[in-house]
Design a protein around this ligand. Structure first.
Ligand SMILES: N[C@H](CCC[C@H](N)C(=O)O)C(=O)O
Length: 294
């Protein structure tokens, strides 16, 4: 009897994950509590790959809160392996993940709790049915905070040139950079043509998420977002906050609006300039899995 070497090498490691989405913006969630190391950029790219991996727009990690009254801390990596400081849809999904985790340990979370992120604490409110409200903080319009180079003070509208193209947009930080371009026809918006040119423009040293917005009424806007590190997604929570904030600052919409994205609707409220903006929207668990990698 000749022993045959097993042709299938044993997996080096197995990584458990949750697959979730918020209005179609989809995520792989990793539980790193207990000081497990963060995923490398190459592991993020492998996990995000929609053919050879699990497939997602972002990887989200759940981590121990560091000395605050938060129930957990989360971090964000885009599909290309780059990290981000903010993810609105991701924050809601982490909230839902924590609610389910607490319930599984017979220690249910209160209706209101706090999550920590790379840009600070976020108050969370359970709205029921998988919906959550997240306090996303103050929109920051100063060019230096976006960052947007070449401009001194905050402007309602910026103009940039590149080759023979002219870009007219609003800009704001929600903890991550956003440019917002108003269009007449959202379905015909030149998303793939314009967004990459603006993202690689030297005025945006950290690149930028590019939103294309059409104002339908004073309490409803339609939005498509070409995200930094991903491309066009079905929804972008911080992008919805950014588009709403830019349109509110221009006086084009009321201080509470529905943002209609291809993957679903989000509700944004920004009662006054010196009050934090909040975002409400859905979450969904899709499946649990094990990532087997060499
Ligand atoms: N692509 C973004 C991060 C994810 C934002 C988006 N998925 C959201 O829901 O806010 C960036 O690089 O800033």
């Amino acid at each position: 009897m000749v022993a045959v070497a097993d042709p299938t090498p044993l997996p080096a490691t197995v990584l458990r994950f949750s697959k979730m989405h918020g209005a179609g913006n989809d995520f792989v969630v990793l539980d790193l509590r207990g000081n497990a190391p963060p995923p490398s950029p190459s592991l993020c790219r492998a996990l995000a790959d929609r053919h050879a991996g699990v497939g997602c727009d972002q990887i989200l990690t759940v981590e121990d809160a560091q000395g605050s009254d938060a129930v957990a801390r989360y971090r964000i990596w885009n599909a290309d392996g780059s990290s981000s400081q903010q993810c609105g849809n991701g924050a809601r999904c982490i909230a839902a993940w924590m609610v389910r985790d607490a319930r599984s340990r017979n220690a249910p979370l209160p209706t209101e709790f706090v999550l920590d992120s790379p840009v600070g604490a976020h108050a969370v409110t359970q709205l029921g049915g998988g919906a959550f409200r997240i306090v996303m903080g103050l929109p920051r319009f100063a060019p230096a905070s976006i960052p947007l180079h070449g401009f001194e003070g905050a402007q309602d509208e910026y103009v940039l040139y590149r080759d023979d193209a002219v870009f007219t947009f609003g800009a704001v930080s929600m903890g991550n950079p956003h440019a917002v371009i108003e269009v007449d026809d959202i379905d015909a918006a030149p998303v793939e043509a314009v967004a990459p040119m603006l993202q690689s423009h030297p005025a945006f040293p950290e690149s930028v998420n590019v939103g294309f917005v059409h104002v339908e009424s004073r309490d409803r806007i339609r939005l498509r977002v070409y995200e930094r590190g991903v491309g066009e997604t079905l929804a972008c929570g911080s992008g919805a906050c950014a588009a709403a904030a830019v349109m509110m600052r221009r006086g084009r919409v009321d201080r509470e609006v529905t943002v209609s994205l291809p993957g679903g609707d989000l509700r944004i409220a920004w009662p006054a300039d010196d009050v934090a903006l909040s975002m409400s929207g859905p979450t969904a668990f899709v499946f649990e899995g094990e990532w087997i990698h060499e």
